[in-house]
Every structure is written in C-alpha cells, then in structure tokens.
Ligand binder design. Structure first.
Ligand SMILES: NC(=O)c1ccc[n+]([C@@H]2O[C@H](COP(=O)([O-])OP(=O)(O)OC[C@H]3O[C@@H](n4cnc5c(N)ncnc54)[C@H](OP(=O)(O)O)[C@@H]3O)[C@@H](O)[C@H]2O)c1
Length: 232
C-alpha cells in the first residue's frame, strides 16, 4: 500500500493526455507535489505542480530530472509513443525508436529513481501498460508494450527488497491525442486515473482498468488467435 496523501510524485509526460489526468487525481487525493514532465514544459499557476523538461531517450535528461526530484515517493512511467506502420513496412529505425521511448525510457527512469525511492522509504513505481501487453495487431507499439510488461515484472522482483510497490496499469483505448484518429469506444482518462490511484492505495501489483483488458488477459491461456485486436 502506498500513501497518496502527502506524497511527492513524478509523472513522465504529465502535462497532457493520461499523465495530466493522473496528476489531477493524485492531487485530488492529497498528493503534496507532482513533478510533471514534458519535452517542452509549460509553467502553470498551481504551486503543487512542478514542470520539468524530460526526454526519456536521453540519459543526461533523465539524470537531470533525478538530480532535481530527489524527494519523490511515487514514480509514474507514463510517457509513450505510437508508430502505426505495419511491421513488414516499418523502418527498423522507427521500431527501435518506439522501443527506446516505450521500453528503455521507463527503464532509464526506474534505474535513476530506484535509489531515490529507497531513500524515501520505498514508495511506488507505476508503469503504464496497455491491453497490448498481451494483444496482437499494433505492430511495434504492441511489441514494445509486451516488452515493457516483462520489464515491469522483473523490476517488481528487483525492487521488493527496498519495499517499492510496483504497479502495472493496463487499459484498452482512452480518449487522448495518441489515438484521436481511431473511431473506437474510448474510456475517459479520469477513469484510468481513478483505477491507478485505487491500485496504489490498495497495494495492488496489477490494475486492469477496463473490460477489454480483463477479457484479453483471461484469454491468454487460450488459442493465440483469441489475442488479435482488430479495428473495424
Ligand atoms: N490513449 C490510449 O488509448 C492508451 C491506451 C493504452 C496505453 N496508453 C499509454 O498511456 C501512456 C500515455 O499515453 P496518452 O494516451 O496520454 O498519449 P499522448 O496524449 O500522446 O501523450 C504522450 C505523452 O508521452 C510523452 N512523451 C512521448 N515521447 C516522449 C519522450 N521521448 N520523452 C519524454 N516524454 C515523451 C509526451 O510528452 P510531450 O508533452 O513532451 O509530448 C506526452 O505527455 C502511453 O504510455 C501510452 O502508450 C494509452
């Protein structure tokens, strides 16, 4: 269980999309301070929100954020990108860039912040996953989310000794800029934020936000064809 009341939080990509909803929900539940990162951070007027510049693919940028945010007790690895090209038509450089942001980026953050979380009593690491941790059909993005799930599960073991709660949050489609062109049913970012905060407070290790995600995880032991996610 992780206390949100009085917590100091880092949300990567916290100035828009799901990250913004996480910031608002954690502040609503009593977080004292939230560092929100963006590649081009914009100052706001809430003194509890501290914007920081972060490019997760740049080790120096990650190190600079860790040097600044030494009081963090909850880290939310939220930043992510989608390159939609089918795998067979993708430039390998674009696939590698997807992994650099969606897999190695959160690993850089976990490595930089593990000692900070330990020094501050353990705290929590939250990784934002997807139904595509298990689903097929979203090319490099899906592959990166599958890799990220594996990484989270190993980090959970490695961070247990320092009493850091490691939470993986999985969801289907949420209404943000990332999938604005998709005409599918989308959940509101606030719903994801509430599920994340509930998971932290209850000490959960995995949060399955919606029915599509719960259904796909349950299908894992069945035929692989049951894991295909098709649009339209
Ligand atoms: N929306 C969905 O349906 C959905 C479903 C499942 C999982 N997710 C996951 O949820 C997370 C948030 O997605 P979203 O829907 O809120 O997307 P979004 O609106 O496109 O926001 C993406 C966020 O990631 C940050 N970011 C991207 N590349 C970065 C980089 N190289 N370095 C630092 N920050 C970077 C962006 O920061 P800037 O402000 O600097 O651009 C932005 O804040 C992602 O991990 C995504 O894969 C989303």
């Amino acid at each position: 269980m992780t206390d949100i009341e009085g917590a100091t939080v880092l949300v990567t990509g916290g100035q828009r999309g799901l990250g913004k909803a996480f910031t608002e929900e954690l502040l609503r539940r009593g977080a004292a301070k939230v560092y929100v990162t963006a590649r081009r951070p914009v100052a706001g007027d809430d003194p509890r929100i501290v914007p920081l510049a972060l490019e997760v693919t740049d080790p120096d940028s990650v190190a600079a954020v860790a040097a600044r945010a030494t009081d963090v007790t909850i880290v939310i690895n939220n930043a992510g990108v989608v390159y939609p090209a089918p795998l067979l038509q993708s430039e390998i450089a674009d696939v590698a860039a997807t992994f650099d942001t969606n897999v190695f980026g959160p690993l850089r953050i976990a490595q930089a912040f593990a000692p900070i979380l330990a020094a501050n009593g353990g705290g929590a690491l939250v990784d934002i996953h997807s139904v595509l941790s298990w689903g097929a059909g979203f090319a490099a993005y899906g592959a990166s989310k599958a890799a990220f799930w594996s990484l989270t599960n190993s980090l959970r073991m490695e961070l247990a000794a320092q009493h850091t709660q490691v939470v993986g949050v999985h969801l289907g489609f949420a209404d943000t800029e990332m999938i604005e062109r998709l005409t599918v049913d989308k959940i509101r970012p606030e719903v994801v934020a509430q599920a994340l905060a509930d998971g932290l407070e209850k000490g959960e290790t995995e949060v399955l936000v919606d029915e599509v995600t719960r259904g796909l995880k349950a299908a894992l032991s069945g035929p692989v064809e049951g894991l295909e996610i098709k649009l339209g």
